[in-house]
Design a protein around this ligand. Structure first.
Ligand code: URA
Length: 182
C-alpha cells in the first residue's frame, strides 16, 4: 500500500466512527517532509473540505509564504477531524475527550507520513501530541521525538485575536526553514 492508500484506510475508520459528522481530512502531498498539525476544522474548512482555508489559515499561509515556505511544501492536517459545535452550530474548542478519541489516528497519520518536521499549531495540537505546558512557555521550542523535530507555534487564530503576537508567530515559524536545511 502507498501512503495515500494507507491514509484512506484511516479516513475510512474515522468515517465509520463518526457517520453524522462533516469530516475534513488533510491537504498536501503525503510525501512532503513537513507536517502541520492544527486543532480542528472551522466553518470555512467544513464548507470547502480542506484544512486551514479560512481566516486563520490565510494568515498562516501568508506568513509562511513571506518566509519562502509555500503551502505546497506542507502536509496539513488537524488533530480533530470535524468541527466541534454546540446545538446552535457555534464552533467550540475540542474537548479533552475529543482529543483523546483522535489521538490514535493522528499518531497513525504521523507514522504514515513520516515527516522530518512537525509544526504544532496551538494548545490543542500540543495536547493531542501529549506535550505538557502552556503555549506561552512552549512556543518556539523544538522537541526531538522518534527522529522527528517538533516545533511548537501559536495557533494563527490566537494571532487574529491578539495581533501583538504577530512578530513572535513569524519568528517561531521562521525556524522551519533552518530546521529543514539541517
Ligand atoms: N483552525 C485549525 O486548527 N484547523 C483548521 O483547519 C482551521 C482552523
Amino acid at each position: 500500500m502507498n501512503k495515500k492508500q494507507k491514509l484512506e484506510y484511516i479516513w475510512k475508520a474515522i468515517r465509520k466512527a463518526h457517520p453524522k459528522k462533516t469530516l475534513v481530512f488533510s491537504d498536501g502531498s503525503p510525501n512532503n517532509k513537513i507536517m502541520i498539525i492544527g486543532e480542528a476544522p472551522g466553518i470555512d474548512e467544513e464548507n470547502q473540505g480542506l484544512p486551514f482555508v479560512g481566516r486563520a489559515g490565510k494568515l498562516l499561509i501568508a506568513t509562511l509564504e513571506k518566509l519562502s515556505c509555500p503551502r505546497s511544501e506542507f502536509y496539513i492536517s488537524n488533530v480533530v477531524k470535524y468541527r466541534p459545535q454546540n446545538e446552535f452550530g457555534k464552533t467550540l474548542t475540542p474537548t479533552l475527550k475529543e482529543i483523546a478519541i483522535f489521538r490514535t489516528s493522528i499518531e497513525k497519520e504521523i507514522e504514515i507520513i513520516n515527516p522530518k518536521i512537525i509544526v504544532l499549531l496551538g494548545r490543542i495540537a500540543m495536547v493531542g501530541m501529549g506535550i505538557k505546558g502552556t503555549m506561552g512557555a512552549n512556543h518556539g521550542k523544538i522537541i526531538t521525538r522518534d527522529n522527528k523535530k517538533i516545533l511548537i507555534v501559536y495557533h494563527p487564530a490566537a494571532i487574529l485575536r491578539n495581533p501583538n503576537l504577530k512578530p513572535i508567530f513569524r519568528k517561531d515559524l521562521s525556524k522551519i526553514k533552518k530546521m529543514s536545511q539541517s
